[in-house]
Design a protein around this ligand. Structure first.
Ligand SMILES: *[C@@H]1O[C@H](CO)[C@@H](O)[C@H](O)[C@H]1NC(C)=O
Ligand SMILES: *[C@@H]1O[C@H](CO)[C@@H](O)[C@H](O)[C@H]1NC(C)=O
Ligand SMILES: *[C@@H]1O[C@H](CO)[C@@H](O)[C@H](O)[C@H]1NC(C)=O
Ligand SMILES: *[C@@H]1O[C@H](CO)[C@@H](O)[C@H](O)[C@H]1NC(C)=O
Ligand SMILES: *[C@@H]1O[C@H](CO)[C@@H](O)[C@H](O)[C@H]1NC(C)=O
Ligand SMILES: *[C@@H]1O[C@H](CO)[C@@H](O)[C@H](O)[C@H]1NC(C)=O
Ligand SMILES: *[C@@H]1O[C@H](CO)[C@@H](O)[C@H](O)[C@H]1NC(C)=O
Ligand SMILES: *[C@@H]1O[C@H](CO)[C@@H](O)[C@H](O)[C@H]1NC(C)=O
Ligand SMILES: *[C@@H]1O[C@H](CO)[C@@H](O)[C@H](O)[C@H]1NC(C)=O
Ligand SMILES: *[C@@H]1O[C@H](CO)[C@@H](O)[C@H](O)[C@H]1NC(C)=O
Ligand SMILES: *[C@@H]1O[C@H](CO)[C@@H](O)[C@H](O)[C@H]1NC(C)=O
Length: 755
């Protein structure tokens, strides 16, 4: 049932409603010197159907009362203004299910357009037409539940707070052709409520309404569309109007432009130098608002998939600031403005959670290369990691996997014929490091890890996809040794039993030796963490060294049995778990608050490190609003984790320095942790697949392992290069790369709920 009040109170649980602390006044390069305005595009349309009541509620709740809420006004046959994103209703509503086969064709700005038009229906006709997500990649679970709102409804939906109201009149000329008047409607609504902004891409409309409204109460904003498009009221292209801002100033106090008008991107999605538009407009006294911001859209590679970085580029670039941004995810610009702008490069760290890299900054450069490591250090990582692999000639080096196929181009090299299956190491085929000498490996081309390509076609920075060189463990330790910003190194040891027994290689001895040679066994050096999923490896290190031992639980668990905790505690000081073991998920929503996993481990004084925090929105549950900062903040504030393992250390480092931490009850709404489970709780049950089985508990028998086998003496094999008699001739040289298992699983749900 659609009960607005009940929904509101459920949503209120999402965020503890607290007053936002007005941050210290900073010099903003906006026209007025005030902080930029956040405009919520149809509410929080990144989560809920655009212009639904819940979308507006969530926008206000997560952004604070300074937010303005945006409505694209369309007119019904009886001239009531409703809020829907497009002039045709097909994509944003289920109208074609309610009125089958009723679409028509009208000329919209001289373009024949087929679809359902609001002007053919009265408000009453539309009263039971449900909304749906316009953007296909967003979760469909809330489709079919919320109804079309009138402009007057939208004003009420902001209550009890009073956000600003921004009405966008995209089509005045079109409705006028059908004898409906936007002007009449807007004048009537503005007698009932305060309309703070009116925008339109039609000069004729703005000029006709301007004399009728008080410019002190209502600002008129001219909206630019693509430069080649034409304003139907003047027949001028937006490109030519852009050259005549003085003229625009005669009827508008500001302009709204697609963000590329300010920071253009080239065809390969790299950011180009900014235009002079903002300063030109400011000189004339015009405010500049930028549109097109969404955390889940593909934006320039220069931002490394961090939406916050993009907002900061527009509001805190040292030269200018736009006066507002139009966003589908208003929580992110709110935080950018309230917590992250004007931090400076040398701001103090306000959070002590360890930032641990994942093969260096492997979101920006090929994993475990010199470039990835140097970038991670530059980006403020606390603990730099090296997953140790062994070459055939016994050299320990850093690489994400024993399978060279994961982060090199070995599959496309002459070594592809070495592909084979070793189920003890990984499912499927691989080209394994212990089959190649270090000289061969060093000669391979690195390849950036793209964990979200296969499923979501998201790639990481193509410019650097094959850059960098691989490093031996000793090179790595030489690099880390003198870095005063690092508090430690994390050495990851896997497959020790296989390497000893089958390859005659002792990875544990190789690591102990390299650390000792680099002086890491001496007092006063950085902390050394040794991580393994196999307790026998850690016991070996415990016997021979006094490094901090980290046990990685390599399955998703909802709890850890007491005996298992006791056992882990007997050899390790820290534990690594995946994100889902902390906050369980279903259809990529958090299903409930914390599992027992973290509280249980922490109660025994074990530190808990969590992996993997990535910038790409598909790696996060929907509850985190496609914003990596919201995710990190919630894990730290709600779960109290001790370490964040990330392939984008810059994001975590920026988080740890933001101004809104440790403010007690003054933490603004946009820096509150999310209430896990509250979005899941309002998904109609018809939209959910059958309930998942609860997560298993880690048992003691999974922790206890037999001791490491002795190192087998292996006679040196004949050089592989001269032998054509590979024992696995029939295997495909194609390597299946097996990626992280904790990626959000998108289940497309039949979610149409029509009553
Ligand atoms: C509606 O969706 C279709 C494809 O699903 C797309 O081609 C079209 O551009 C969309 N129309 C609008 C007005 O968004
Ligand atoms: C709508 O049109 C389709 C074919 O275009 C037809 O099969 C269907 O029966 C029509 N439905 C109604 C309700 O008229
Ligand atoms: C705009 O028009 C110019 C010249 O007519 C053309 O080169 C350009 O590709 C067009 N741009 C877009 C976005 O359509
Ligand atoms: C714009 O062009 C159309 C078609 O060429 C014409 O009918 C219309 O009168 C023009 N409008 C203006 C404002 O010049
Ligand atoms: C700006 O636009 C006005 C109104 O259309 C026109 O009179 C004026 O000539 C234009 N100026 C320039 C420099 O294009
Ligand atoms: C964006 O990245 C590209 C490629 O690394 C670089 O050449 C360009 O200067 C960057 N743009 C900006 C505005 O920083
Ligand atoms: C950064 O801060 C540290 C300690 O607060 C100070 O020693 C250092 O000089 C500062 N560096 C810059 C470039 O301001
Ligand atoms: C690779 O290693 C496997 C397992 O030790 C061995 O059977 C095979 O001969 C090696 N192949 C080459 C080409 O070195
Ligand atoms: C590290 O610092 C020590 C002492 O300050 C110095 O002797 C050594 O050469 C430095 N090593 C590197 C790799 O810079
Ligand atoms: C954890 O550490 C605290 C302080 O170091 C100590 O008081 C407490 O007894 C420890 N708890 C357990 C379960 O070891
Ligand atoms: C852990 O190492 C032991 C040898 O110490 C080995 O027998 C066991 O198979 C390993 N466990 C896993 C899960 O790899």
């Amino acid at each position: 049932m659609w009960t607005p009040r009940a929904l509101f109170s459920t949503l209120a649980l999402l965020f503890h409603l607290l007053h936002s602390a007005r941050s210290d006044r900073s010099p903003w390069n906006t026209l007025t010197g005030n902080p930029p305005l956040v405009v919520a595009h149809g509410g929080f349309s990144g989560v809920f159907p655009q212009s639904s009541e819940v979308a507006y509620n969530l926008a206000v709740m997560t952004s604070g009362p300074e937010v303005s809420i945006w409505c694209d006004v369309q007119l019904t046959k009886d001239e009531v203004g409703i809020c829907l994103p497009n002039v045709i209703l097909d994509n944003s509503t289920f109208i074609s299910y309610i009125f089958p086969n009723k679409s028509t064709t009208y000329n919209v700005n001289n373009v024949p357009t087929n679809g359902y038009f609001s002007l053919d229906y009265t408000l009453k006709d539309l009263s039971n037409v449900p909304l749906k997500q316009v953007v296909y990649s967003r979760s469909p679970v809330f489709d079919g539940t919320y109804m079309i709102l009138t402009v007057d409804d939208v004003v009420k939906s902001g209550a009890p707070q009073t956000p600003g109201l921004w009405l966008n009149i995209q089509h005045d000329a079109f409705y006028a052709q059908h004898k409906l008047s936007m002007k009449r409607f807007v004048l009537s609504v503005s007698r009932r409520v305060r309309v703070n902004y009116i925008s339109s891409p039609e000069i004729g409309f703005l000029r006709s309404i301007k004399p009728r409204l008080n410019p002190k109460k209502t600002k008129f904003i001219f909206r630019f569309l693509d430069q080649n498009e034409t304003d139907p009221s003047t027949n001028q292209t937006y490109g030519s109007l852009l050259k005549n801002l003085t003229f625009i100033k005669s009827f508008a106090s500001g302009i709204l432009v697609p963000k590329g008008y300010i920071w253009p991107v080239d065809d390969s999605l790299y950011l180009q130098p900014h235009t002079s538009l903002v300063s030109d407009a400011h000189k004339l006294g015009l405010e500049v608002f930028a549109s097109g911001f969404a955390n889940d859209a593909s934006f320039s590679f220069n931002y490394s998939y961090d939406p916050l970085a993009e907002y900061l580029q527009f509001i805190d670039n040292g030269e200018f600031s736009v006066d507002g941004v139009l966003s589908d995810f208003p929580v992110t610009p709110s935080a950018a403005i309230g917590c992250f702008a004007h931090l400076g490069t040398n701001s103090t760290k306000r959070d002590k959670t360890l930032i641990i890299s994942k093969c260096g900054a492997s979101g920006d450069y090929p994993a475990c290369t010199d470039l990835a490591y140097n970038k991670a250090i530059l980006d403020g990582v606390d603990v730099l990691d090296c997953p140790v692999q062994m070459s055939k000639d016994g050299i320990p080096f850093c690489l994400s996997s024993a399978d060279l196929g994961e982060s090199t181009t070995a599959v496309k090299s002459s070594f592809s014929r070495y592909a084979m299956s070793i189920p003890e190491i990984k499912p499927g085929n691989g080209i394994f490091t212990f089959n190649l000498t270090w000289t061969d490996i060093k000669g391979l081309t690195p390849s950036i890890v793209n964990p979200f390509f296969a499923k979501y076609s998201l790639v990481r920075d193509p410019k650097y996809k094959n850059a960098g060189t691989f490093v031996t463990l000793s090179d790595f330790l030489l690099l880390t040794k003198n870095q005063t910003s690092l508090s430690g190194v994390l050495i990851i040891v896997e497959n020790a039993a296989y390497l000893a027994e089958k390859q005659g290689l002792s990875v544990t001895d190789a690591v102990i030796d390299a650390l000792s040679k680099a002086g890491y066994d001496k007092p006063g050096s950085q902390k050394v963490y040794i991580q393994s999923t196999n307790s026998s490896v850690l016991l070996k290190f415990k016997e021979k060294t006094s490094y901090e031992l980290v046990y990685k639980i390599d399955e998703t668990v909802g709890d850890v049995a007491d005996a298992a905790v006791e056992d882990i505690k007997s050899f390790a000081g820290s534990v690594v778990v995946d994100k889902v073991s902390v906050f369980p998920r279903d259809v990529a929503f958090l299903t409930s608050s914390l599992t027992r996993t973290v509280p249980k481990l922490k109660a025994s004084n074990l530190s808990v490190f969590v992996e993997t925090f990535s910038n790409e929105f598909v790696s996060q549950a929907w509850d985190f609003f496609s914003d990596p900062i919201v995710e990190i903040n919630s894990f730290i504030q709600e779960a109290g984790i001790d370490g964040v393992i990330t392939d984008f250390p810059k994001t975590a480092n920026r988080y740890s320095r933001n101004k809104c931490l440790n403010l007690g009850d003054k933490v603004p709404p946009y820096m509150q942790p999310v209430q896990a489970g509250s979005l899941y709780g309002i998904i109609p049950s018809e939209s959910l697949p059958p309930a998942l089985a609860p997560l298993p508990s880690l048992t003691n028998s999974e922790v206890v392992e037999p001791p490491l086998p002795p190192v087998t003496k292996i006679a040196p094999a004949s050089s592989p290069a001269d032998g054509t008699n590979s024992p696995h001739k029939n295997v495909q040289p194609k390597v299946t790369v097996c990626f992280l298992s904790n990626v959000a699983v998108f289940v497309l749900v039949a979610s149409l709920v029509l009553l």
